[in-house]
Design a protein around this ligand. Structure first.
Ligand SMILES: [Cu+2]
Length: 126
């Protein structure tokens, strides 16, 4: 009986260690953004269009496919404090990677020049 409960404790401890190790394996999730070449933008995570995200740190890889467009990531609501990042500039084509901490709110990924046509809205939750 005593040996059995000791074994149970050892197993429980091993599981706890394994769980802690797993939990501490912090890989920053990656979002993929695209702007252009046409009049559209997209922001995806694991191949799926981003609609909601958990607040936290993200690696954002943006492919800018046109010299007419840029890529901006901005929290719209709440508007203060302002969180806005110009990831690529108009005139630039190529790929840029940024790491950003996304805080709760309503966010928009867009092209500043053609925002009314080129935007994708999503929510960040706690
Ligand atoms: Cu544009």
């Amino acid at each position: 009986m005593k040996a059995l409960s000791l074994a149970a404790i050892v197993v429980a401890a091993a599981l706890a260690i394994a769980g802690a190790a797993f939990g501490s394996r912090s890989s920053t999730p990656t979002l993929k953004g695209t702007t252009g070449p046409g009049y559209s933008v997209s922001l995806t995570k694991g191949g799926k269009k981003v609609k909601t995200l958990k607040a936290g740190k993200y690696k954002i890889v943006v492919s800018d496919k046109s010299t007419f467009h840029n890529a901006v990531l901005e929290r719209e609501k709440p508007s203060k404090p302002k969180i806005e990042k110009d990831i690529t500039g108009v005139g630039f084509t190529g790929t840029k990677t940024v790491v950003m901490t996304l805080k709760p709110g309503s966010w928009r990924f867009y092209c500043e020049v053609h925002e009314s046509q080129m935007h994708q809205d999503f929510k960040v939750t706690k």
